[in-house]
Design a protein around this ligand. Structure first.
Ligand code: CO
Ligand code: CO
Length: 322
């Protein structure tokens, strides 16, 4: 669909829609660029405050994934005003505002319309030194792949909707989705990471494939090293708590995969559509300890900032599972 848009020729547009990156980057000075992004979605949990927090954390994440510091944000909201009481709307907005505040970002306004389904999110503007911006196009052969949040939010939130998720797991997944990917800008400013993206709706496979395509490389994933929200994920997959988006992601990725002995359940986890997922970082081996130190300081949720694989030489964006 984006192919039908006019081609962008502005020389200050450093990252546009062409490389399927997390945000647009527009130069406004020698060492300054604006990073702009917008995201919103329908409620994924019942708790209105948590929904607001998660939607805001997810919107801010695209800015962090570019290595930018978010400076301003605006609310985007649609509500069925005949069905949702004003207190609930206020809770959603408060959840979002609290995350924006936690990010040290100014909430400068917003826009709400009446809509048959609730939607909420933010448009976010950040600042980055264009020389330090983290795109998905600079992954190089030999880079280690580091993932900063555990996988499985699509499966678990589907289980919550069907009343199949234990309460403790629900609490865990909400906490992880609401946590901010604040490490991105520090990693970028210190030059510790070569390329980055965040893992969201297209799942780990989809976002890794975009990175491989943009960087003209391939990747290998150590399936046993993937951080999981919980071992209960396997039972939930078995109980068919798999969102439609996850199945669609797997279908799209299948032609790029060398799946070896990987089971169908593992492939579904790899393709699982994440909400407000972690950063996927390409790290030179010599920088791994320094990257882990930064991630640790930013309270990264994935156990020990998991190394899940590596970038390999390949003309095609192939992904090998081991
Ligand atoms: Co993104
Ligand atoms: Co997005």
């Amino acid at each position: 669909m984006l192919r039908h848009l006019p081609e962008q020729t502005d020389p200050n547009l450093l990252v546009g829609a062409a490389t399927a990156d997390d945000a647009g980057v527009y130069r406004i000075g020698r060492s300054r660029a604006l990073v702009q992004t917008v995201d919103f979605f329908t409620p994924i949990v019942d708790d209105a405050y948590a929904y607001g927090q998660i939607a805001a954390a997810n919107s801010l994440s695209d800015c962090y994934a570019m290595g930018a510091r978010p400076i301003t944000a605006m609310n985007i909201m649609g509500v069925p005003t005949d069905k949702v009481p004003p207190e609930v709307i206020a809770q959603i907005l408060r959840g979002g505002a609290d995350k924006v505040k936690e990010a040290g970002c100014a909430l400068v306004g917003g826009h709400t319309i009446k809509n048959p389904e609730p939607i909420y999110g933010l448009s976010v503007t950040g600042i980055v030194n264009p020389k330090r911006a983290l795109t998905n196009a600079k992954a190089r052969t030999g880079d280690l792949l580091v993932l900063t949040k555990p996988l499985g939010t699509g499966i678990v939130t589907t289980a919550i909707k069907r009343g199949l998720a234990p309460e403790a797991l629900e609490t865990t997944v909400i906490g992880i989705m609401a946590s901010l990917n604040t490490a991105g800008p520090e990693l970028a400013e210190k030059g510790l990471v070569r390329a980055a993206t965040d893992v969201t709706g297209f799942g780990l496979l989809g976002h890794l494939a975009s990175m491989c395509r943009a960087s003209q490389v391939g990747a290998e994933i150590d399936v046993a090293a993937l951080p999981l929200l919980s071992e209960q994920i396997w039972e939930l997959i078995q109980a068919d708590c798999v969102p439609g988006g996850t199945r669609a992601n797997l279908k799209t990725a299948e032609s790029l995969l060398d799946a070896n002995e990987t089971t169908d359940a593992q492939k579904l986890l790899l393709a699982d559509a994440q909400t407000s997922g972690g950063l996927l970082l390409c790290v030179r081996a010599a920088r791994l300890d320094a990257v882990r130190e930064v991630l640790h300081r930013h309270a990264t949720p994935a156990a020990a900032a998991a190394v899940i694989g590596r970038i390999v030489r390949s003309k095609e964006p192939r992904i090998t599972l081991r």
